[in-house]
Write a protein that binds this ligand. Sequence first.
Ligand code: PBG
Length: 319
Amino acid sequence: MRRTASLRGLVRETQLAPGRLVEPIFVSEAAGATAAGREPVAAMPGVDRVSVAVAVEQARTAADLGIAGVLLFGVPTDKDAEGSGAWEPDGVVQLTVGAIKQAVPELVVMTDVCLCEYTDHGHCGVLRSDGVVDNDATLELLARVASSHARAGADLVAPSDMMDGRVGAIRAELDSDGYTDVGILAYSAKFASAFYGPFREAAGSTPAFGDRRSYQLDPANGQEAIREALLDVQEGADMVMVKPALAYGDLIHAIKDATGLPVAAYNVSGEYAMVKAAAAAGYLDERQAVTEILTSLHRAGADLVISYHAADAARWLAQ
Ligand code: PBG
């Protein structure tokens, strides 16, 4: 059954489709001040931090390619201890959500909900006087951020902070503010990973001290990841995520089984950078490698994949 392309096509178990891909976009205030509206990210060739206007263009291109949605990250110029820029009504994410929803209404707009891009210390929550992240004090702020994204028009908010109880807190706030139709994509199984390095350059969110191991999952723990996903379901998550993707196929599968919810796999910045670097060195074929990676994530059980290669993959699929 493998002799010819048509035979292989007839029995292929997993199909790639642009409608199952989500493209991350970094919207930056500083990029907005440049002539081109773009600033390159050194560790992510092909990915830029962009202005609101360029983000709208990128969103339109994504929609034209049949890509289902975009996931927005904000890169502000001003930071403070609380990350208060994250819930400003005219913040860069809020403005971009509104502009994309107006220009390309059919595109699903998701927003990353976290404080690390907005805090001057780079942690995903507020700090107690001893420098430890204060889980419960952070919940109220995250709920404020999510509600501000919903007000701007987001279809789904995606909390990536890994505080306990954030999904419930966000659901309650969205409902009480009247955003009952706005869904939650929970970064449920988010591991403390080396593969976020390039993202932290792009988003300017490297912690000023310490690391994120007190709130993100230990890569050694699979049972705990499943428990985290089930807790998020109980608290009202509409979709759950496994992140990173490549080294966590077992959990994509297990979490799909355990929750029965739509599962997103986040093919993260370091995974993108690895492929880009190897391809640039001539060590592997980028198109084949990316196609294999995306296919394998769907085979593992992902319903949707968030990938910096989304636009390339959609173009390749159209050929
Ligand atoms: C913010 C956040 C991170 C990523 C998504 N949201 C970084 C982190 O937790 O340090 C990583 C995405 C990527 O690497 O592509 N908390």
